[in-house]
Design a protein around this ligand. Structure first.
Ligand SMILES: *Cc1c(COP(=O)(O)O)cnc(C)c1O
Length: 426
């Protein structure tokens, strides 16, 4: 017995009963006065702009105009310690302790900085295990790190792939590789949620299995942060990185997140690419007097430069909203919303559409990846004609991400109607 019904009134009822329905009004949604807003299912790629972002940036422009250099200590959010404004909220977002999280740089830069510290290959243990399908930036980053240390990616890089004929990766296959090669693997680096399939990996299980073989564990949470609840501290990842412009709505190229587990907080022995902002703030300005880098405790000790205030300002508004809502209630709506999309796709006649995202709600987040068995381009054209914004990956997969902060059940219903029209036209 399903909890969903196919009619439009049911979609409206779910919206009326949605405790998060007011959040939609706190975003700008592209569209025009005549035809109304688009259906924006692309929050997995670039989240919409929260209306509060302008005020955050205006505040910094005002403080800069009125205070100039004094803004470092006198600004509303003092620039000297601006990154600390995200200590608590950032930690709650990913299930960490406050000192374990810092917002800095961008995702791939953070990945490199983390590998500088946490990929320490030796003659016996030099391989990196990653998961497929892999996001290109991650592939480039790990391959060039391998080369940087004098190894050959053809030998040192292991990519766990879905089995032939399957779309998603099985945890047991990942762990079988660890059984076979674990002693030669220095670093296991995998995506918490796969960008292509939307699959949620067993983050706790893989971290434990990898640690059990003596490997260091890193996670790429680009598609996980703000999408699914995370418990990074308890799961014990050594490090994690994510971007804030996808589900977290902090704007194109937004400053990214970085997690370093507490057990490494004071590891002055780890190699790092240091800069003055990672130094202990007490001695940071005694530059010419104390030439030796003295890292501050925790993830903040991996900062390099002083924070880009204009680029960080949007995060105050966007992450503030996540903190207000909390990942638990966000996830509750998300499961209902994406479950509804799955239900309506299941009702489609024929077998033109195949959802390759796992059916188990625990094994997916917002996104459903739909493999279109024939004429994907004509579906894309129909969606564009109806002003639905989704993402298309060659040759035949559309990624559809109804996000719980600003999407509605009625939008999902309308989307399914367009798929229906497409099926009927055949
Ligand atoms: C979006 C995404 C990136 C983007 O990297 P940037 O450094 O932010 O440009 C990297 N990896 C994954 C898995 C992603 O989903």
């Amino acid at each position: 017995m399903t909890k969903y019904q196919p009619d439009e009134a049911f979609a409206h009822r779910l919206d009326a009963e949605d405790p998060l329905r007011s959040y939609r009004d706190r975003f700008y949604i592209p569209g025009d006065a005549q035809r109304g807003p688009v259906i924006y299912f692309c929050g997995n790629s670039l989240g919409l702009q929260p209306k509060g972002v302008r005020e955050s940036i205006d505040q910094e422009l005002k403080d800069w105009a009125e205070l100039a250099v004094e803004g470092h200590f006198e600004a509303k959010t003092p620039w000297y310690s601006y990154h600390e404004a995200f200590r608590e909220s950032g930690a709650r977002l990913v299930g960490a302790k406050p000192g374990e999280v810092v917002m800095m740089n961008s995702l791939t830069v953070n990945l490199h900085l983390m590998m500088v510290s946490f990929y320490q290959p030796t003659a016996e243990r030099y391989k990196i295990l990653i998961d497929g399908p892999t996001f290109p930036s991650d592939t480039y980053a790990v391959k060039t790190q391998v080369v940087h240390h004098g190894y050959d990616p053809a030998d040192a890089l292991i990519v766990a792939q879905p089995r032939a004929g399957e779309h998603t990766l099985r945890s047991e296959d990942f762990e079988a590789i660890l059984d076979r090669e674990g002693e030669r693997i220095a670093l296991v680096m995998f995506a918490g949620v796969n960008f292509f399939t939307g699959q949620v990996m067993d983050m706790a299980g893989i971290a434990a299995a990898a640690h059990g073989r003596g490997c260091v564990v890193g996670m790429d949470l680009a598609h996980a942060a703000g999408n699914v609840p995370l418990q990074l501290h308890d799961w014990g990842a050594d490090f994690a990185v994510w971007c804030n412009y996808k589900y977290l709505n902090s704007g194109p190229g937004a400053v990214a997140g970085c997690f370093v587990h507490e057990r490494h907080a004071d590891r002055a022995d780890l190699p790092r690419f240091a800069g003055w902002w990672g130094n202990d703030p007490e001695t940071r300005f005694k530059m010419q007097l104390i030439p030796d880098f003295a890292p501050q405790s925790g993830a903040a000790g991996w900062q390099v430069s002083n924070p880009p205030i204009m680029a960080l300002a949007p995060l105050l508004a966007s992450l503030g909203m996540f903190d207000e809502v909390g990942m638990t209630s966000l996830r509750t709506k998300s499961e209902l919303l994406t479950g509804y999309l799955q239900y309506l796709i299941d009702l489609q006649p024929g077998d033109r559409f195949e959802v390759i995202t796992p059916r188990d709600p625990a094994a997916r987040g917002c996104q459903l990846s739909i493999l279109v068995h024939d004429e994907p381009k004509s579906l894309i054209r129909a969606l564009q004609a109806h002003r639905v914004v989704v993402d298309f990956r060659e040759p035949n997969v559309i990624r559809v991400a109804p996000t719980p902060l600003y999407n509605t059940f009625h939008e999902v219903w309308r989307f399914a109607g367009i798929l229906d029209g497409q099926s009927a036209a055949r």
